[in-house]
Write a protein that binds this ligand. Structure first.
Ligand code: 6R9
Length: 701
């Protein structure tokens, strides 16, 4: 902001101009009760106290053995936190609260059908369920510490029960988002080397009991194709005793969980005392190549980080009614539905269904009925609820003290609706920027101590020291865009990519590493893969991914994954996926394909490509449009210029195309695509400057 005109600006630095939003201050009554209301907390987490400052988070947990080394940097960048310490995540999230407050509600399950009663699960009941299911895993399946188990479960309390039972035994769970296809699940089974899949027969979505077991059979088949045999599939039943699927149970392989559980009633399973750095779970995410990345999270560091951030940023107190409307199948659900809130012994709400079922008032009725006072959701859900029911929140007598937004940048107008209508002008909002890899929040303000600024995630979280670099590794001045990195390790950072340690180093640390032999963490900044700008007040504004990832409704989809799915269609020669600006979901996917010689474009061909993407990945990746083009714009070396087609799809200027091998194709594609889009009234709104920059450089990273 204070940059002098003669400052050298490298080409990669883009000036991003937007209206600076005004601060919005937290109400006094929020400040009076906040967990972090004393500014001295910033001193406790100042850089000269690093890494010991994080003891404050670790002290929220019960340790079986204390750690001797807070941060072990002997094998960079494979950081180890709280080394020597031992603990069990299931004990920390269940037993210790069951001992202190047995009748307190741990989980409130809200089934999607409004006529169904809410289910309150107390901490002692949760302890019973976790123990019995742990007995199933250990005694019926012979699973042991270090084994991986893939979960493909919907939003039901049986999912955290399954996760916590795994954690009790040191079994590494890998939950795949329920909306992902069977094939996507199969790939993750194979990658993690799971021989057990835990799934459910069906669940409610949009008022229908959908068949989910069908995906288990596809997943097992796909895993086998990739060389991984699954010998047991455990099937939870949505209504125990009644089977909700049309798909037969495979003899000898598939077992109903409720039947197995009956053999283990009342069993107690001792929690296994795990080393702090033992893996707790894998969470797969997309990257620039097709193979998904199994992000491996630790037990001690991760749990400490989510407990600490839940306390200070989510402002969770023991008596709060906390509802995070994300899906447990994503990192937000792991950290801020299950592990963070339960580590603090609070009550966490799990809602099975879609937010607008049966109407747009549903979330607010749930909030009113349960007395929810902390609410957590994504910009996509907020945009959707604002569109379909702008007046709905005002009709219900709930009161939020605190609201969170996560997953995508939020537009200031959408933020203001969230604040004034959903929060009734009286709730604080924390905009939290972070990633699957980072375990917990990186960018967000302490709500009682920092004013809010719509559209900015706020300053860095406690103990997090970001820096914005240009492509050459020079620090970018305030007000200019670059690649946001974190200079230091923190306890929530993932430990590695399962089975791909070189990819871990290459993707996240190679780019800005100062010395590959250094054992000093200062030489290993973490490259987040997001573009960002820091304002003069230290607040960050996240601009979006700088790699080949499209963020659809807060979910990361790799262009390579979508393209390889399209290429499973035999007639397709080439495929290129690009983002289009979408008013509800932030971004949507469009795919361009060219056909092998001898095949003609047709609606049927477009449908085939769409079906292939749904089969390989899931409905969330369904393209908004499939464009069959005569040829792709390419460089002379044959690389598809995704930025050119992305610009066409978004009605943005394509820029210089003179260096292409086939510049004449650009006009023909533009004519074809834009005519069709105009005809079906599918023209995106005018892009903001930041969006324009994203589209213009898409796929160039
Ligand atoms: C937690 C989660 C991570 C990517 C991240 C960034 C985007 C997340 C954001 C945000 C702007 C926020 N992102 N939070 N962008 N403001 N508050 O979403 O993890 O699914 O791994 O996605 O999402 O681009 O790199 P994940």
């Amino acid at each position: 902001m204070t940059e002098s005109p003669e400052t050298q600006v490298s080409e990669t630095q883009i000036a991003v101009h937007w209206r600076e939003e005004e601060y919005v201050y937290p109400p006094q009554k929020f400040i009076d009760q906040a967990n972090a209301a004393d500014p001295a907390i910033y001193d406790r987490f100042s850089e000269d106290r690093f890494p010991d400052c994080f003891k404050e988070y670790a002290d929220l947990l019960s340790w079986d053995a204390p750690w001797h080394t807070t941060l072990d940097t002997s094998d960079p960048p494979f950081w180890k936190w709280f080394v020597g310490g031992r603990l069990n995540a299931s004990y920390n999230c269940v037993d210790r609260h069951a001992e202190a407050n047995p009748d307190k509600t741990a989980i409130v399950f809200v089934p999607e059908l409004e006529s169904d009663e809410h289910v309150h699960i107390s901490y002692s009941e949760l302890r019973r369920q976790v123990n019995e299911f742990a007995a199933v895993l250990r005694d019926s399946l012979g699973l042991k510490t270090g084994d991986r188990v893939t979960l493909h479960m919907p939003m039901v309390p049986d999912l955290p029960v399954t996760m916590l039972a795994c954690a009790r035994l040191g079994i590494i769970h890998s939950e795949v988002f329920g909306g992902f296809s069977g094939n996507a699940c199969g790939t993750r089974i194979a990658d993690s080397g799971s021989r057990v899949l835990i799934t459910m027969d069906g669940y409610y979505r949009g008022g229908q009991l959908i068949d989910h077991k069908v995906k288990a059979d596809e997943a097992v088949e796909e895993a086998a194709r990739q060389g991984q045999e699954v010998d047991k599939v455990l099937v939870w039943r949505r209504h125990p005793g009644q089977y909700a699927s049309q798909i037969p149970m495979a003899e000898g392989r598939d077992v109903f969980v409720d039947e197995l559980l009956s053999e283990h009633r009342g069993k107690a399973v001792e929690p296994v005392s795990m080393p702090s750095e033992a893996p707790l779970f894998l969470m797969y995410t997309s990257g620039t190549t097709g193979r998904p990345k199994g992000c491996q999270h630790s037990t001690g560091g991760y749990l400490a980080y989510v407990a600490g951030t839940s306390k200070y940023y989510q402002d969770i107190h023991p008596d709060d009614m906390y509802w995070c409307m994300a899906d447990i199948g994503w990192i937000t659900g792991h950290s801020y539905i299950v592990y963070g809130p339960l580590a603090l012994g609070t009550t966490t709400v799990i809602y099975e269904g879609v937010p607008n079922y049966p109407d747009a008032g549903r979330p607010w009725r749930i909030a009113e009925k349960l007395g929810v006072n902390i609410f957590h959701t994504s910009p996509t859900a907020i945009r959707m609820l604002r569109k379909v029911g702008p007046e709905e929140p005002g009709k219900y007598a709930y009161h939020f003290k605190h609201m969170t937004t996560v997953g995508e940048p939020i537009e200031p107008e959408v933020w203001r609706w969230y604040h004034s209508e959903v929060g009734k002008g009286d709730a604080v909002i924390v905009d939290t920027w972070w990633q699957t890899e980072t375990g917990g929040f990186l960018g967000t303000g302490l709500p009682a101590l920092k004013p809010m600024k719509p559209g900015s995630c706020g300053p860095a979280a406690l103990g997090i020291y970001p820096i914005i670099y240009d492509e050459n590794g020079d620090e970018v001045p305030d007000g200019r865009a670059g690649n946001i990195c974190i200079r230091n390790p923190w306890p929530g950072i993932f430990e590695t990519i399962w089975g791909q340690p070189e990819r871990f180093v290459d993707t996240y640390y190679r780019k800005y590493n100062k010395d590959p032999d250094s054992k000093d963490w200062r030489d290993w900044p973490y490259f987040a893969g997001d573009g960002a700008v820091r304002a003069a007040d230290g607040y960050f504004r996240i601009l979006g991914r700088v790699d080949d990832v499209i963020n659809v409704a807060g979910h990361r989809l790799g262009t390579k994954e979508i393209e390889s799915a399209a290429l499973t269609v035999g007639e397709v020669a080439e495929a290129a996926a690009v983002p289009v600006i979408d008013d509800i979901r932030g971004r949507a996917v469009e795919i361009y394909i060219s056909l092998k010689p001898g095949f003609e474009p047709s609606q049927e061909m477009q449908n085939k490509v769409t079906r292939a993407i749904e089969t390989e990945i899931g409905k969330i990746a369904r393209p908004k449009n499939v464009w069959i083009v005569a040829d792709m714009p390419k460089t002379r070396s044959g690389k598809i210029m995704r930025r050119v087609i992305a610009s066409i799809s978004n009605f943005a200027a394509v820029g210089d195309v003179t260096t292409l091998a086939n510049p004449e194709i650009v006009d023909s594609i533009r004519h074809q695509v834009q005519t069709a889009k105009v005809a079906k009234d599918d023209v995106p709104r005018e892009l903001t400057e930041a969006e324009y920059e994203e589209i213009k450089s898409f796929g160039e990273a």
